[in-house]
Design a protein around this ligand. Structure first.
Ligand code: KG4
Ligand code: ZN
Length: 349
């Protein structure tokens, strides 16, 4: 079964064609990230306008011949169903993808499957995967807007275990990067700046940041205090005339350590509590190299076996491939005229 999927929840305009939920036949992502770098974050109106510019070229491109389609141009005859992200996300951005998908469904008569972007992030783990995940599993979705832990007994039985009480992990990267003047998106910028510290100055770490809620008994997170802690450190360093490239890279290092320590601790707490087989990561922050290295190290040192699944970075950040995979495993089409963008769609189930 081939699904043509569309994703436009924020600043990426994406389309993909996925065979049987697992094989990526084609995958195209256009991003307006560079425009948002200038403003230090997404301006919704700007993102929506870029979505309109990109959506048709992206869909046309996804039908082009690819190695995975044996060099064949795909047509609507090759497509069995359509899928689209309906939320959560920015209203203006979502509307472009949703209304485009509805139009294609109306014109072609193909079934249209509405998709919740947050759950869908988990399904990057089923795409072109060397080993498919097994249940029960703990899934951690860490993106710009969400930090959520789920217990998955099966595709149909998914329980929300906890999430952030305030800022998401990606948001913490983005906000702290902004106060350090490192640009947008903050995650890759913090990672690159942190790497400079590890190479040059490992022995002289003078900056320590808190690990928010790391010892709380629940499976919730809180990252908003991190930005305040970073701002306090910046002020302290400025007074001591020590705010320079070296201390900026130390701060970036500590930000990354703090966020990854908390994410790993809570995920492993859940894994141990529910005696699961697999841990599945998804969302833009799962592209963080330090996070995957630390996760691997921790899991190798556990007394029991857990399979760790982390998608390649290009499938962690927003794309339509995982939207198509989710739609295959949750194949519930809805008549196109009953589908609407839902910016505030939640995940608590
Ligand atoms: O999943 P995503 O592409 O979009 C949303 O659904 O939000 O996630 C974007 C978030 C941004 O906050 C960005 O800073 C973060 O993912 N991110 C990273 C990395 N790449 C993207 N965070 C840490 N390390 C990275 N390498
Ligand atoms: Zn996302």
């Amino acid at each position: 079964m081939n699904i043509l999927s569309i994703e436009t929840s924020a600043d990426e305009t994406a389309a993909a064609i996925i065979e049987d939920g697992t094989k990526v036949l084609s995958n195209v992502v256009a991003s307006s990230k560079e425009l948002h770098d200038k403003t230090g974050g997404i301006i919704p109106e700007v993102a929506a306008r870029e979505q309109i510019r990109y959506i048709i070229p992206v869909i046309r491109e996804v039908m082009q011949p690819f190695a995975s389609t044996q060099g064949k141009q795909l047509t609507m005859n090759n497509i069995d169903a359509l899928a689209v992200t309906i939320g959560p996300g920015l209203n203006g951005s979502l509307l472009i993808g949703v209304e485009t998908a509805k139009t294609v469904a109306f014109v072609t008569g193909k079934p249209l499957i509405p998709v919740n972007h947050i759950f869908a992030h988990i399904y990057a783990n089923w795409l072109d995967a060397p080993i498919l995940p097994t249940f029960p599993a703990i899934a951690l979705v860490v993106s710009g807007g969400h930090t959520e832990l789920f217990l998955m007994h099966s595709h149909k039985k998914i329980k929300w275990l906890g999430g952030t009480l305030d800022d998401a992990a990606g948001e913490a990267f983005d906000k702290t990067a902004r106060v350090l003047g490192l640009g947008y998106p903050g995650g890759p910028a913090i990672a690159a700046t942190a790497a400079k510290f590890q190479i040059s100055n490992f022995k002289f770490q003078i900056i320590k940041l808190p690990r928010p809620m790391i010892s709380s008994k629940d499976l919730n997170f809180s990252f908003s205090g991190l930005k305040t802690a970073v701002m306090k450190e910046i002020n302290r360093l400025k007074i001591m005339k020590q705010f320079n490239n070296e201390t900026i890279s130390q701060l970036a290092y500590e930000i990354q350590e703090s966020i990854t320590d908390v994410l790993i601790k809570k995920t492993l707490d859940a894994a141990i509590k529910y005696k699961i087989n697999s841990i599945l990561l998804g969302g833009g922050v799962a592209a963080n190299k330090k996070l995957s290295e630390k996760f691997k190290f921790k899991i190798e040192n556990l007394k029991f076996k857990i399979d760790l699944h982390i998608p390649p970075p290009f499938l962690c950040t927003d794309n339509a491939a995982y939207i198509g995979s989710f739609a295959y495993f949750h194949n519930i089409p809805v008549p196109w005229n009953q589908i609407n963008a839902q910016p505030d769609l939640t995940v608590e189930v």
